[in-house]
Write a new protein. Structure first.
Length: 411
C-alpha cells in the first residue's frame, strides 16, 4: 500500500520516567517552528481525564490485573484512533506518548496505524540518581497527593517494576531508534522505510537544546578576596549583595530549578534567587564542584608561585592539560562536567529557563560545551562575578550573551 508521504506516526517507547514526554514536547515545539503540524497523544493524561476513580495505585499496572489491563488498552486505542483522525485531517505528525513497552501493544499500534509510516523512539536511561530525581518530580502530580512522599515514591517504583516485567526491547519493528535519552546518543537505528521529516527528527534527538540557559558564577567569597583557590569559603557581604541583585534580576522570570555545586558559595548565591521565586528548588550536583586543585587547595596563586614554582610553571605552560598533583585539571574535568550538564538538562524537562550557579573553571567548561573554543583557550574564558551568560542553543538558534545584572556603580 502507498503510504501518505506527508504524514508520520511516532510512537514513544520506554519505562516511566525515561524522558519520553520531555522529548515528545520538545520535538513538537521544534517541528511546529517549521509549520509541521504536530500533536501529542499522551495516554497518562487521557487516563487521568477519563477515569473518575483513582488509577495511580501500583496494582492498576499489574499485568495480571485484568481490569487495569483492559482499561489501559482501551485508553491506548482511543488515543491511536484520535491520532489517526488528526492525521486524516490537518496533522502531519502524531506522537503517541506512552510506555508502549510490550510487543502486544506495539502490534496493536502497527495494525491500527498501518495507513501511515510509523517510527518508534525508545528512550533508555538507567542512571539511578537521575531516575530518583525524575520520580520525585513525577509524584508532584495531583494523583499522588493523598500519599506521603515516601509512599508515593514506593508506589511509582512499583509501577515501574510492573512495566519492566512486560518490557520487550525494540528489534522486530521496521523503523526505530533506540536513544540514550540522558546523553542524546543513538544506541541503535533501523530505518527501512522512507520516513518524512526523519532527518529533522534525528538531528533533534542528538542535539542538546536549551531555550534559555543562565550560567552564573557564585558571588564574591573571602577566598576570592585573598586570591585563594578551591576550599569552601562562604560569600562576603559584597557576594551576598550580588546574590540579592541576581535574585531581583530574575524575579520576573520563572526559574523552577537552580543547579549548583555542593559548595557553600554556590548554594548561598542560589538561595536568595530561590526566595524570590514562587516555585523553585535548588539541586546541588557534585559534577559542578570547582576544579580540585589537590596539593594547592586553599593556597593563593602567589603562594603557589613561591612555594611550588614547578607547579606554577608547568600549569602556565599548558593550563588545559595540566593536572594538579592529587587533584584535577581542565582536561580531567571534562567527563564530569558533561555528565552534570546532561543531568541538569534532563531534570529541567521542558522548563523555559534553566539556571546553573557554578564556579570559574566549571563555568568555562560548561560554556565550551555549547560554544566551540580551542582547548588551549578554554581556561582563559572570562567568567566575571557581576555578569552572567545567557545562552540559547536550539536546533535553529544559537546565542551567547554576557549580561550585567546590577547597574554600574558611579565611579
Ligand atoms: O579563584 C577562584 C577559582 O574558582 C578557584 O577555586 C579555582 O581553582 C580557579 O578559580 C580556577 O581558575 P584558574 O583555572 O584560572 O586557576
Amino acid at each position: 500500500m502507498n503510504k501518505d508521504p506527508e504524514k508520520l506516526f511516532v510512537a514513544m517507547v520506554g519505562l516511566p520516567a525515561r524522558g519520553k514526554s520531555t522529548i515528545a514536547v520538545k520535538l513538537k515545539e521544534n517541528l511546529r517552528k517549521d509549520a509541521i503540524k504536530t500533536r501529542i497523544f499522551n495516554n497518562g493524561q487521557l487516563r487521568r481525564r477519563l477515569m473518575r476513580k483513582n488509577t495511580s495505585y501500583p496494582e492498576f499496572y499489574n499485568p495480571n490485573n485484568r481490569e487495569g489491563v483492559e482499561l489501559r488498552e482501551k485508553i491506548a486505542r482511543i488515543n491511536i484512533e484520535r491520532a489517526k483522525s488528526y492525521l486524516e485531517r490537518e496533522g502531519n505528525i502524531a506522537i503517541l506518548d506512552a510506555t508502549n513497552v510490550s510487543f502486544n501493544r506495539r502490534n496493536m499500534i502497527m495494525d491500527l496505524a498501518n495507513k501511515y509510516p510509523l517510527l518508534f523512539i525508545e528512550c533508555i536511561n538507567n542512571d539511578e540518581q537521575i531516575l530518583e530525581a525524575s520520580i520525585r518530580r513525577k509524584i508532584i502530580l495531583p494523583e499522588f497527593q493523598h500519599l506521603s512522599e515516601e509512599s508515593a515514591m514506593h508506589s511509582f517504583k512499583q509501577r515501574i517494576s510492573y512495566y519492566k516485567s512486560i518490557y520487550n526491547r525494540l528489534g522486530r519493528e521496521k523503523n526505530f531508534v533506540r536513544l540514550d535519552s540522558l546523553n542524546n546518543k543513538i544506541l541503535k537505528e533501523e530505518i527501512h522505510d522512507s520516513l518524512p521529516y526523519y532527518d529533522r527528527i534525528r538531528d533533534f534527538l542528538v542535539t542538546d537544546s536549551v531555550s534559555n540557559f543562565f550560567l552564573i558564577r557564585h558571588g564574591e567569597t573571602y577566598f576570592n578576596l585573598e586570591n585563594r583557590i578551591g576550599g569552601d569559603s562562604p560569600l562576603t557581604e559584597k557576594g551576598k549583595s550580588q546574590a540579592s541583585a541576581l535574585a531581583r534580576y530574575f524575579q520576573k522570570k520563572s526559574i523552577p530549578v537552580i543547579f549548583t555545586s555542593e559548595k557553600i558559595r554556590t548554594v548561598e548565591t542560589a538561595e536568595p534567587i530561590k526566595e524570590l521565586q514562587e516555585h523553585c528548588s535548588i539541586i546541588p550536583l557534585s559534577e559542578f564542584n570547582e576544579i580540585d586543585s589537590g596539593v594547592c587547595e586553599a593556597m593563593s596563586y602567589e603562594e603557589i608561585k613561591k612555594r611550588m614554582p614547578s607547579i606554577y610553571a608547568s600549569r602556565k605552560l599548558d593550563k588545559y592539560n595540566y593536572v594538579y598533583p592529587g587533584g584535577e585539571g581542565y582536561v580531567t574535568m571534562q567527563g564530569r562536567i558533561d555528565r552534570g550538564i546532561k543531568k541538569a538538562l534532563y531534570l529541567s524537562g521542558n522548563a523555559a529557563n534553566i539556571m546553573i550557579v557554578g564556579h570559574r573553571a566549571v563555568n568555562r567548561m560548561i560554556l565550551s560545551h555549547f560554544l566551540y573554543r580551542r582547548k588551549e583557550d578554554v581556561p582563559y574564558i572570562y567568567i566575571p562575578q557581576d555578569k552572567f551568560y545567557h545562552i540559547i542553543a536550539t536546533q535553529d538558534k544559537k546565542l551567547f550573551q554576557l549580561k550585567r545584572f546590577e547597574p554600574l556603580s558611579k565611579a
